[in-house]
Design a protein around this ligand. Structure first.
Ligand code: PMP
Length: 389
């Protein structure tokens, strides 16, 4: 594997062809990037040394928090949704158009950033149980933000339905010739296609095609479907295992394992379970979206991850590797370890680090503190917890 330019000897620009590297980002000619959009994609693939040593398998993580606009994989998705809308004439720069979206945060942050870069406004509807770091950030980014009470997807007040309604109302409210565009990340094919066109090929290139499993959680399902379809169908890696990382309370684990969202005994709790009962933000869902459906047949297995396991993993990663991430990244890493040890020694597993821990200080990292994990001498219990000795 190639080392990052930051650690190797200085590389002359002429040598870039011989020493390609994910860094520096932006245009490949090594000069200035044309706007913030050019800082999206080509993220590093990091070998997580501690987990690789502990499992005897190579665990690699796509550092999606290093996407340079909104700092998550949603940069890729937001850019693709905007570009597609522009090509269809649904968005026209500097006409006063507004992009409306229902999001738990990351997509809103990417959309708000890119909206300004391309001459639009952003209006974001999000559930009120998400951390304030994200809604505060959206305000600072100049987006209109509506935090709404958690409601089932069947309710008109669910954050996604509210965003759709706000877009429909746009022309009545703003009689200035501007248009409203509902981005619709859960159902838009531009979502999984962004990962099919960029994340999947990057992983394929960075592993030189040596990848035994890809592990990711699903919020909309865009990442897992897009990467799975690229690796299996386009790169023809027929044997790569696709594994869903699912937080506690999410229905997708049962859907993959048993073909139904809920076991019969759980069914009576269905109403309550419209909202995933977990501290984890961004992944875990109780319905099959278009984006999850796009790759569902390719998902071979699912790993359920408890909040406590996710907390222990986050603490482990910062203590052993200096990697400070949020809750969905931690769930992915737990599931990556579980998937890795089910494969032969020496196997190579790829997962995703979605966003930084700084977005999760008030909820996830507070829970880690409250559990006393920061005071523990060493997070040596993690592997015992996972049943790995
Ligand atoms: N992590 C975080 C922090 C997210 O916000 C999301 C998307 N909501 C995901 C992971 C999951 O990505 P996807 O929507 O592609 O399934």
């Amino acid at each position: 594997r190639r080392d990052s330019l930051f650690w190797g000897p200085p590389v002359q620009l002429e040598d870039r062809e011989a020493n390609p590297s994910p860094h520096p980002k932006g245009d490949d000619d090594g000069v200035a990037s044309d706007g913030i959009e050019a800082c999206i994609g080509n993220t590093p693939l990091i070998k997580i040394r501690s987990l690789s040593e502990a499992t005897g398998r190579t665990i690699l993580a796509k550092a999606e928090f290093l996407n340079g606009a909104g700092n998550s994989p949603k940069d890729r998705v937001a850019l693709n949704m905007i570009r597609e809308a522009e090509s269809q004439g649904l968005l026209v720069p500097h006409r006063g158009d507004t992009i409306y979206e229902g999001t738990v945060g990351s997509t809103g942050i990417s959309l708000a950033t890119l909206a300004h870069a391309r001459g639009y406004k952003a209006h974001i509807c999000m559930p009120d149980d998400q951390s304030y770091e994200k809604s505060d950030l959206l305000h600072h980014l100049g987006a209109e933000v509506e935090r709404v009470t958690v409601a089932p997807i069947t309710s008109p007040d669910h954050f996604v339905n509210l965003a759709r309604r706000r877009a429909e109302e746009h022309e009545r409210v703003h009689a200035d010739g501007s248009k409203g565009f509902f981005a619709n990340q859960f159902e838009s094919t531009a979502n999984w296609q962004a990962h099919f066109r960029t994340t999947g090929p990057e992983i394929h290139r960075q592993t030189e095609g040596r990848i035994d499993a890809f592990v990711a959680g699903a919020g909309t399902g865009g990442t897992i479907s897009g990467v799975a379809r690229y690796l299996r169908e386009e790169a023809k890696l027929r044997d790569v295992k696709i594994v869903l990382a699912d937080p506690q309370g999410s229905g997708l684990y049962n859907k993959i394992r048993h073909g139904v969202m809920y076991s019969p005994t759980e069914r009576e709790g269905t109403r309550r379970r419209q909202q995933v009962d977990s501290i984890v933000e961004g992944i875990g869902i109780n319905r099959v979206t278009e984006n999850f459906e796009a790759g569902r047949d390719l998902v071979d297995d699912a790993v359920k991850v408890t909040d406590e396991q996710a907390c222990r993993m986050a603490r482990w990663l910062v203590e052993k590797d200096g990697i400070f991430v949020g809750s969905s990244s931690s769930v992915n890493c737990v599931a990556a370890v579980v998937a890795a040890v089910s494969l032969p020694e020496g196997s190579q597993v790829v997962t995703v680090l979605c966003d930084s821990g700084t977005r999760h200080l008030s909820k996830f990292w507070k829970r880690i503190k409250d559990l006393g994990l920061e005071e523990e001498e060493e997070s040596s219990d993690l592997f015992a917890e996972l049943g790995i000795t």
